[in-house]
Design a protein around this ligand. Sequence first.
Ligand SMILES: *Cc1c(COP(=O)(O)O)cnc(C)c1O
Length: 371
Amino acid sequence: MVDLGNQYQHIQEEIDTAVLNVIRSTAYINGPEVKKFQESLQEYLGVKHVIPCANGTDALQVSLMALGLKSGDEVISVDFTFAATVEVIGLLNLTPVLVDVDENTFNIDIDALKAAITPKTKAIIPVHLFGQVANMEEVMKVAKEHNLPVVEDTAQAIGAEYTFADGSVKKAGTIGDLGTTSFFPSKNLGGYGDGGAVFTNDDELAHKLRGIVNHGMYRRYYHDEVGVNSRLDSIQAAILNVKLAHLDEYNAARLKAANYYSEAFKNCEKIETPFIAENSTHVFHQYTLKIKGTDRNALAEHMMSKDIPAMIYYPVPLHLQEAYKDERYKEEDFKITNKLIDQVMSLPMHTELDEEQLEFITSSLLEFVNK
Ligand SMILES: *Cc1c(COP(=O)(O)O)cnc(C)c1O
């Protein structure tokens, strides 16, 4: 699905130097590379504050902590996402309220969001799944109307841009009160280990987050609240400094591969290529097809038999997972996710796909579908 080895070879000298410099400096925790990365990412995103942390799951957790949510508060998020989004809600003893997604974008369904709001709702977490920004114009309208904070899970969409009806453009993760991301190696901006960050334009939330990620410490050895230990390593920051300079080029390479796929499949009735939303660019964290009218699982097996990874993201919706199922949920409220889990299939997507590989992947797929 990814080819991190080849990508490394193209930037090997820069990376090796950056990593060695950190080792020699001995500033392994909160070294100058972390500050540099924080500032570079702020500039790239056009956001006032970036708070680096240990991973994308922590980024979500500390965001909910900074909002001061209390046990029993309801947090609305989507049924179709990686579990981390909802895991942190449960971990903090908040009540997850899962809602259905839009059939085309795979992102939060606005009517479902509206219907899920109760007096106990205290936050909304839209997820920009597979690299495309959720319908933030409407999410922000709903949030404003009910005075709810919004935390954008941007783990899969760093660099994507959203255009509002008034023509203004914002980067994914900088629209809501808080945005979170992950630097897991396979993400669009991936380190060589774990990493994450929170984005915000709110000075007070930024201050709070800087304390929470550091044991609730705002002055050294004075702990004003219960925090966590969640830091980005200096070595990871040094690597990310090198890779951030390539992010737009990497996202362009993904788009090029996606366009190749979509062109190859455009006349195939049994395959629906990814929907491109009007208001959002797509950074293709995943290239996800909908397989209709042919056996999706048999097709995935056919691809695997040719050594082509074909992954099902995600095979089980969260409302049916052992950890998150709840009597409150009714199957008819999840019509779309229940359908998507039987249709979706993701193809290899990374920055190093060449034409020969793309040709082999697309012809292998079409060979099965057209037989
Ligand atoms: C990867 C991911 C996360 C978690 O990030 P980690 O760095 O692995 O903790 C959260 N949400 C989504 C949507 C993700 O894809």
